[in-house]
Write a new protein. Structure first.
Length: 435
């Protein structure tokens, strides 16, 4: 985690103090269940809860771990220092370390998912607002970076909204996928602990019991979770790339808000760079970087090895903290994005009607001209616009082969911008529902 790209709401989830608090709750709830079953004395279970207001000393736990070389044992030793050695002797009864570690990790991932879902809601609200604001703001659509046909800025925002809304649904599914816990013992057979303990702990922690665990919760669940974060990051980059293109000097259809006192370059005072969306492109790479290791964690030896452990200590906080920061940054960029409708129209008209070529092509075929001849006629006149700066409509009106099939009025009608925006409301209804 890099503090520059982190928000405290998310980093708090991954702080050692938070982790130890979750470990404590898992152990305490397990003691309650064990006492209910008559496996341990009720007073010992109650004694564990006397530490409920304790702020666990991270430095002390680290000090113990330096000797034990085992983090869970170090924590349990520290817990006994608060509860009393005799009272704490039934803590962790029949459990293995992964029962605590994996259940805790999934609680942390659930909490992280809840923050990310809220982040996406904020981004979706900004995209929706800007979509309706610019529903009818005409701009040129591009394929291969080249002018294609007219669209609207509202449709661009709506497209990104729909993509992010799909991402939100995937994230809800990923949260559901990861919301399992395991208190099943050394190889998942419940040999030394009753399944009722797992059910109780999971219920208290907002989890479901894992269907079948070994010593660990199956890592395909985690792979799906991190893959979902990677897809969301890619969608985030998709939006960032569009904004970066629109801010290019030669395009300048939109730009990031440039605040008073902001500087764009240490050398060139005139610069206003798309620094936030460039940053988002980079952050998306960092999130996606966690996906392959998560996939590789699925394959573990037999009932467990620890090849996944070091990976998850890094990728879990890194991916969630980075994506949380990035989604919030992107929501701010969208919210304050400066739009230049006049530049959009100027760019669209740069090649003097050329973007209406398909309408003319279709009209010629409907007038009885073969598609091959129609394409030849339209392209012949279009190339004069590309190469000589001619006006496309004027060239068509001066072409006897074209005017033999289409009247001047029919040609004129093919340059109506409204033709290209007539179904915007239909698309908006599909994306946003009835408004």
């Amino acid at each position: 985690m890099i503090p520059r790209y982190a928000r405290p709401e998310m980093t708090d989830i991954w702080e050692p103090a938070t982790k130890f608090r979750i470990w404590y709750e898992i152990e305490a709830h397990a003691c309650d269940a064990q006492a209910e079953l008559g496996v341990i004395p009720k007073e010992n279970a109650e004694a564990v809860w006397t530490a409920k207001d304790v702020v666990f000393d991270v430095a002390r736990i680290d000090e113990i771990e330096a000797v034990t070389k085992h983090d869970v044992i170090a924590f349990l030793t520290h817990l006994a220092e608060h509860v009393g050695a005799d009272q704490a002797r039934f803590v962790h009864q029949g459990m293995t370390s992964s029962d605590v570690l994996d259940t805790c990790l999934n609680v942390q991932l659930m909490r992280a998912a809840d923050l990310l879902i809220a982040d996406m809601d904020k981004l979706l609200a900004a995209l929706k607002r800007r979509a309706f604001e610019h529903k009818d703001t005409v701009r040129i659509g591009r394929s291969h970076g080249i002018h294609a046909e007219p669209t609207t800025m509202g449709l661009t925002f709506a497209r990104f909204y729909a993509e992010m809304e799909r991402g939100r649904r995937r994230l809800l599914a990923a949260r559901e996928e990861i919301a399992t816990g395991a208190i099943s013992g050394a190889v998942g057979t419940f040999a030394n602990i009753d399944p009722a303990v797992e059910e109780h702990v999971c219920r208290q922690m907002g989890l479901k019991p894992e269907t079948i665990s070994t010593q660990v919760i199956p890592r395909d669940r985690h792979a799906m979770f991190f893959a979902t974060l990677g897809v969301i990051a890619s969608s985030m980059e998709n939006i960032a790339i569009e904004i970066r293109h629109m801010q290019r000097t030669e395009v300048l259809e939109a730009e990031e808000f440039f605040s008073k006192g902001q500087k764009g370059s240490s050398a060139m005072p005139h610069k206003r760079n798309p620094v936030l969306t460039e940053n988002l492109t980079g952050l998306a790479r960092l999130v996606r970087m966690t996906v392959v290791p998560a996939m590789e964690n699925v394959a573990l030896w037999h009932e467990r090895d620890i090849s996944h452990s070091s990976v998850e200590r890094g990728i879990a906080p890194d991916a969630t903290v980075t994506l949380d920061f990035a989604l919030n940054r992107l929501a701010g960029v969208i919210d304050k994005l400066v739009i230049y409708p006049e530049n959009m129209l100027a760019n669209m008209n740069k090649f003097k009607g050329l973007v209406m070529s398909q309408r003319v092509l279709l009209a010629l075929t409907q007038a009885g001209v073969s598609r091959e001849d129609a394409y030849r006629l339209v392209q012949r006149n279009a190339m004069k616009v590309w190469e000589q700066g001619k006006d496309f409509k004027e060239e068509l009106l001066a072409d006897p082969e074209v005017t033999a099939a289409l009247s001047p009025a029919e040609i004129e009608e093919k340059f109506d911008l409204g033709y290209h925006t007539k179904h915007v409301d239909t698309i908006f209804a599909r994306v946003f529902g009835a408004e």
